[in-house]
Design a binder for this molecule. Structure first.
Ligand SMILES: NC(=O)c1ccc[n+]([C@@H]2O[C@H](COP(=O)([O-])OP(=O)(O)OC[C@H]3O[C@@H](n4cnc5c(N)ncnc54)[C@H](O)[C@@H]3O)[C@@H](O)[C@H]2O)c1
Ligand SMILES: O=C(O)CC[C@@H](O)C(=O)O
Length: 526
C-alpha cells in the first residue's frame, strides 16, 4: 500500500480520503533534518503553509510522486526541484478564497475601529471610550492590489459597504475591473489615492517589497494597509518606521517575511497595527474544502489518474483531459518508437498534429510524445511533469505544427526525430474503438498495431525477400506474430514491419542486414 506523510494539521475529511488508498502518517513539526530522514519511504506528501519543502527534502524523496498543498500558495515548495524530479505539485486554488477574503475585510474593519486593542483594554478591566475613536470605511477608497479570486471577492464586499474601488493588476482587463466596480489604475495612483490598501497578489520577484519605504511615502497619512496575501510583499522594517513616524495610519498583517514571526519592531507598535498568525485560511469551511480538494488529487495520482490542479503540469480541464486520454497513449507510443528508430542523442523532434488534433488543446500530446521519446533513456524517471524540462536539458529542439485537413483518420499524429541513426518518422492514429494503429513509417504507408517486440527493415521490394527473412528468424527460434510490407512503388524501396513474440537475440540484426536486398534493420521494444 502507498504511504502518505501529512506534515501540517489537515482536516480529518482529507485524512479519510487518503486512507482509502494509502497508509497515512501524520507527523507535525518535523525539522528539515527529520524531514530528509523520513521522506524516502513516502509516495505522497500533504502540507499546509507550516512546512517548507526544500530541494534537499525533494531530492531525498525517491518514491515521491505528488506533493499536495492544502491551500493556494505553493511558495513553501521548491516547485522547480519537484518538477525536475518528476513530482507533481497540486494545490487547492479556490478552497479558501472566501475565508481569506473575509479575513481581509475583518482586518480592515478591526483596524478602523481598533477592535483588538479595545477588546484587550476591556478585558484588563478598563472602560476607555476616548482612545478608540475610529474611522468609517463608507465612501472611503479601497485600493485592491491583485484582482484575482480573493481580490475580486474583497472588492465585491467592499462595494456593498459603500466603498469606492481602485484596482492595480497588470494581468486583468479594464472590462473585468469595471464589472467589479473598480477603476483600474497604475500602482502609484492607487498608493496616492487610496484610504485603504489590500494586497491579494502572489509573492514573486516583482512583488517582493512592492510596498517599500518609497511606496509607503506615497500613501496618504490616513491610509491603512492590509496584507493577507504573502509575507515579504511589504518591507516590514520600512512599514514599522512609517507607522512609528505617523506617515500612514495603520496596518493589518496576517503574513510575514519570516513565519512564525520572531523578534520584530512590528510587535512593539500599538493600536495602529494588528497582527494575526497566518489565519486567512483558518475557517472550518475552508479547511474542509482544501483538505478534500487536495486529498482527492493525491488519491487520484496514487491510483494513476491525473490531478485537476497541478501547478507544474500543463493545465487541463478534466473534460479536455478525458477527450485527449486515448491520444496521450498514442503520442507516447509513437514518441518511444521514433526515438528508438532515430537512435540515441535525438536533437530535433517534429510533432505534427493532424485533423481534429490540430488545436491548441492538443498541446499535452507534445509532452506525451516527449515522454515516450525519453523513456528509453530515463525509464520511469520521466513523466508528464518533467518531460519538457528533461528534453530542454538534453538540447532537444521541438517543432510543433498543425494541419487541420482530415485524411484517413479523424485525428493523427506525425512525429519525426533526428538522432544518431539519422532522421526517421512515424505516423499513428486511433481506430473507432481507440486501438492504436501505426499508419506510416519513414513515409511508407503501413497499418499495424504496436507490439512489445518489433522489427523494421528497409529493403528493396523483390521476390523471395520475405521468405529469406522468415527463415532467418526461424533459425534463431524467433516467432513472427504478424508482418506487413509498405511500399510506394512496386519493386522500389519498401519497409517491412514485423511483430515478434520474443525479443530478438543478440547479433541477429547484423545477420538480417546481410540478406540480399535488405539495407537496414531496426529492432524496437515498446
Ligand atoms: N493568508 C492566507 O491564509 C491566504 C489564504 C489564501 C490565499 N492567500 C494568498 O493570497 C494571494 C492571492 O490569492 P488568489 O487566490 O486571489 O490568487 P489569484 O491567482 O486568483 O489572484 C492573484 C492576482 O494577482 C495578480 N498579480 C500577479 N502579479 C501581480 C503583480 N506583480 N502586480 C499586481 N497584480 C499581480 C494576478 O493577475 C491575479 O489576478 C496569494 O498570494 C495566496 O497565496 C493567503
Ligand atoms: O495553510 C494555511 O492555513 C494558509 C494557506 C494560505 O496561505 C494559502 O496560500 O492558501
Amino acid at each position: 500500500m502507498a504511504k502518505v506523510l501529512v506534515s501540517d494539521p489537515i482536516d480529518q475529511a482529507g485524512i479519510d480520503i487518503l486512507s482509502q488508498v494509502a497508509t497515512v502518517d501524520v507527523k507535525i513539526g518535523l525539522t528539515p533534518e527529520q524531514f530528509v530522514q523520513a521522506i524516502p519511504e513516502y509516495d505522497a506528501l500533504m502540507i499546509r503553509s507550516g512546512s517548507r519543502i526544500t530541494r534537499e527534502i525533494i531530492e531525498a524523496g525517491h518514491q515521491l510522486k505528488i506533493i499536495g498543498r492544502a491551500g493556494v500558495g505553493v511558495d513553501n515548495v521548491d516547485v522547480p526541484a519537484a518538477t525536475r524530479q518528476g513530482i507533481v505539485v497540486v494545490n487547492s486554488p479556490e478552497g479558501n478564497t472566501i475565508a481569506a477574503a473575509e479575513h481581509a475585510i475583518a482586518m480592515m474593519l478591526a483596524l478602523s475601529r481598533y477592535i483588538p486593542d479595545a477588546n484587550a483594554s476591556v478585558k484588563r478591566g478598563e472602560w476607555d471610550r476616548k482612545t478608540f475613536v475610529g474611522a468609517e470605511v463608507y465612501k472611503k477608497t479601497l485600493g485592491v492590489v491583485g484582482l484575482g479570486k480573493i481580490g475580486s471577492h474583497v472588492a465585491t464586499a467592499a462595494k456593498a459597504m459603500g466603498m469606492k474601488l481602485l484596482a492595480y493588476d497588470p494581468f486583468i482587463s479594464t472590462e473585468r475591473a469595471e464589472q467589479l466596480g473598480c477603476r483600474l489604475v497604475e500602482v502609484d495612483i492607487l498608493l496616492q489615492e487610496a484610504d485603504y490598501i489590500t494586497l491579494h497578489i502572489p509573492k514573486t520577484p516583482e512583488t517582493t517589497h512592492l510596498i517599500n519605504a518609497e511606496a509607503l511615502a506615497k500613501m496618504k497619512p490616513n491610509a491603512r494597509i492590509i496584507n493577507c496575501a504573502r509575507g515579504g510583499i511589504i518591507d516590514e522594517a520600512a512599514l514599522a518606521e512609517a507607522l512609528k513616524a505617523g506617515k500612514i495610519a495603520g496596518a493589518a498583517l496576517d503574513v510575514f517575511e519570516e513565519e512564525p514571526l520572531k523578534e520584530s519592531p512590528l510587535r512593539a507598535l500599538g493600536k495602529e497595527i494588528i497582527l494575526t498568525p497566518h489565519l486567512g485560511a483558518s475557517t472550518t469551511e475552508a479547511q474542509v474544502n482544501v483538505a478534500i480538494d487536495v486529498a482527492e488529487q493525491i488519491r487520484d495520482v496514487l491510483l494513476g489518474l491525473p490531478a485537476r490542479s497541478a501547478v507544474n503540469i500543463p493545465g487541463l480541464s478534466p473534460d479536455i483531459l478525458e477527450e485527449l486520454r486515448p491520444y496521450m497513449q498514442l503520442a507516447e507510443t509513437l514518441g518511444n518508437l521514433v526515438g528508438q528508430l532515430a537512435g540515441g542523442r535525438v536533437d530535433l523532434l517534429n510533432v505534427k498534429l493532424q485533423g481534429e488534433l490540430a488545436t491548441n488543446k492538443s498541446q499535452p500530446l507534445v509532452v506525451a510524445a516527449l515522454k515516450g521519446l525519453l523513456s528509453q533513456a530515463l525509464r520511469e524517471r520521466v513523466n508528464y511533469v518533467n518531460a519538457s524540462v528533461e528534453a530542454k536539458e538534453r538540447g532537444i529542439r521541438i517543432i510543433e505544427t498543425r494541419d487541420a485537413a482530415i485524411r484517413d483518420y479523424a485525428g493523427s499524429l506525425h512525429l519525426s526525430a533526428k538522432g544518431s541513426m539519422g532522421e526517421h518518422s512515424v505516423t499513428g492514429a486511433l481506430l473507432g474503438d481507440g486501438e492504436i494503429r501505426i499508419t506510416n513509417i519513414d513515409e511508407f504507408p503501413i497499418n499495424i498495431p504496436p507490439s512489445s517486440h518489433m522489427l523494421f527493415t528497409l529493403h528493396r521490394d523483390m521476390p523471395g525477400i520475405i521468405g529469406k527473412l522468415g527463415s532467418l528468424l526461424g533459425s534463431f527460434n524467433v516467432n513472427i506474430a504478424s508482418m506487413q510490407v509498405g511500399r510506394k512503388i512496386v519493386r522500389g524501396d519498401a519497409v517491412m514491419v514485423l511483430s515478434l513474440d520474443d525479443p530478438l537475440p543478440d547479433g541477429i540484426l547484423t545477420e538480417i542486414t546481410k540478406v540480399a536486398g535488405i539495407r537496414d534493420a531496426y529492432t524496437v521494444t515498446l
